[in-house]
Ligand binder design. Sequence first.
Ligand code: ZN
Length: 161
Amino acid sequence: MAVRQIRVIGDEVLNKKCKPVKEMTPRTAELIEDMFETMYEANGVGLAAPQVGVLKKIVVIDVEDGNQYVLINPKIVEQQGAQTGYEGCLSVPGKTGIVTRPDYVKVRALNENMEEYELEGQDLLARAICHECAHLDGQLYVELVEGELLDTEAEEEEEEM
Ligand code: ZN
């Protein structure tokens, strides 16, 4: 396993659409392990493959609910409600902004064994699923910020993904 370099805003890889994963290969399995390691090293709660320069539809999420979610080729199939709050992104370091997201989402994806499953998320998990799925379409949260993008205070612990 290895920590990979996180691409930051301005890098065009972050604005490209990702390709679906067709089969699990040792290379892709290693990518997923590296994505978790990179996310934990950066104290993030989610990471999408393009953030480490790979244009594949892969997301990892750990919102500290005791689960390590791997979402391959994810598709949001249901969403309800709304939550408005601060959001941050590992690819937009030192910044935060207010974004409104659904309060509940259901996503259909493949796990690391390429088995289909559904994941339901509320609150932070719903926000992380939406944020990461947007990365796979080449979208950053800064496009959705209400008002201005703010500088984060050094002592603040923002949820970054
Ligand atoms: Zn992000």
